[in-house]
Design a protein around this ligand. Structure first.
Ligand code: GLA
Length: 410
């Protein structure tokens, strides 16, 4: 079940995603190219152009469906959309990464399960808006995604959020960023059938440049925290392991069910409510498989609080050990790392990264590493050569900076 419109940009050499079309220099180029794509696919000019980014999560993994905390940033790689409203109820979808065909749907016929290609994500947003009491009609939507797919960087959330942002403007809905995120999450849960939490959509919709987003998923509050690694002489590298994981394949749902079952056993509404002091007794009272999940969630929530305190005090380097501790917890307790992510983390830290961890849903995808400026080349080389020696496909390695959330470009 992979709905996304094919692969994002190729990124085989280190850093070639850095200018992925969303910086000040390339913005005009991207806007021009999606306007041209729109004209070729549909004829005419779009009403506007929008962008919504992918994300990496600094810490707070697999906590968002236990009403916990997370600390993502938006990345520069975004999905771009040229869009025009239509008054005949037709929804026409075309993607640069697609097979060259235009998908044509009728908005009044949209229902969960009815669309089984990448078009389920944008169509799901249109359905979710109508479901949530925002009556909207059709549109012509032309996409160009610069977010690598299946890499744990939330290409689906970017696709959903860019549609929600465009519809918000085209149909003058008056939605704020959190509303956009929640409509996008509803589309993914109920229309595309992926039982994700809200972290990815919140990061894509609510982020600001130069800051991380401190999420409390119980009240769905988002506080932006200063995060400027470069000012501290550090770089945040993404290592795309090339191991693809599809959240729709059941493993994610099983983990979520495990957390809910554990909370039920403990008499709690959500694992968020288990104080650290009660963790040892709670783990002892549960079957081993559930106890491990609980230990991860409780310690991970504490790591988010620790990371927020560090960033608020300007100690970005202090984040390194928190990242590595988060990885150990995902590997040993949540058990969602894989040999490739473990190797990337070990090689990065061995070559001088201050800390590293897998980010996103797990079972592959990407690793982030916090690296002193002087060690970037060494870390890149160490990870690349470790993958080569292990016989793995060459990883994609590129730096990211905290970037803005969904917005209108034109
Ligand atoms: C995926 C989901 C998110 C979150 C992460 C793990 O990215 O979409 O809601 O659960 O996994 O933190």
């Amino acid at each position: 079940m992979n709905f996304h419109p094919g692969p994002g940009r190729p990124h085989d050499s280190p850093f070639d995603l850095a200018p992925a079309g969303d910086g000040p220099d390339s913005r005009e180029t991207v806007v021009g190219s999606v306007r041209d794509g729109f004209a070729a696919a549909f004829g005419g000019v779009p009403d506007g152009v929008w962008a919504a980014p992918g994300r990496v999560n600094l810490i707070g993994e697999h906590t968002d469906y236990s009403e916990g905390f997370a600390l993502p940033i938006a990345i520069p790689q975004a999905t771009f959309l040229a869009a025009a409203a239509r008054d005949d109820g037709l929804l026409r979808l075309h993607s640069t990464q697609g097979d060259g065909r235009t998908t044509v749907l009728r908005t009044e016929e949209l229902k969960p399960g009815a669309v089984t290609t990448w078009a389920a994500y944008p169509a799901g947003v249109v359905w979710a808006l109508n479901e949530s009491g925002y009556p909207v009609g059709g549109a012509d939507l032309y996409f160009d995604s610069h977010v690598p797919t299946g890499a744990g960087l939330s290409s689906s959330a970017a696709l959903e959020c860019v549609v929600a942002a465009a519809y918000n403007d085209l149909y003058e809905l008056g939605l704020g960023p959190v509303d956009i995120a929640l409509v996008a999450q509803h589309a993914e849960n109920a229309f595309a059938g992926v039982p994700c939490g809200a972290m990815d959509q919140m990061a894509s919709a609510c982020s600001t440049a130069g800051r991380a987003l401190y999420l409390d998923t119980r009240g769905m509050t988002a506080t932006s925290i200063p995060f400027d690694p470069e000012r501290a002489g550090l770089h945040l590298l993404v290592v795309d392991t090339r191991v693809k994981h599809d959240l729709g394949d059941g493993a994610y749902a099983a983990l979520r069910q495990g957390c809910e079952a554990a909370a039920g056993h403990l008499g709690l509404g959500a694992l968020r409510d288990l104080p650290a002091a009660r963790l040892p007794a709670a783990v002892r009272s549960l079957p081993a498989d559930l106890g491990r999940l609980v230990r991860h969630v409780v310690t991970e929530n504490a790591r988010v609080e620790q990371a927020v305190a560090l960033l608020n005090s300007g100690d970005i380097a202090g984040l390194g050990p928190v990242l590595s501790a988060g990885h150990a917890s995902l590997r040993d307790d949540y058990r969602i790392s894989c040999p490739e992510t473990d190797l990337a983390v070990d090689a990065a830290v061995g070559a001088g990264a201050l800390g590293a961890r897998m980010t996103g849903g797990g079972f592959g995808g990407s690793v982030i590493a916090l690296v002193p400026g002087g060690r970037v080349a060494a870390v890149t080389e160490a990870v690349t050569s470790a993958f080569r020696s292990a016989g793995y496909a060459a990883p994609g390695i590129f730096p990211v900076v905290p970037s803005p959330g969904a917005r209108r470009l034109l």
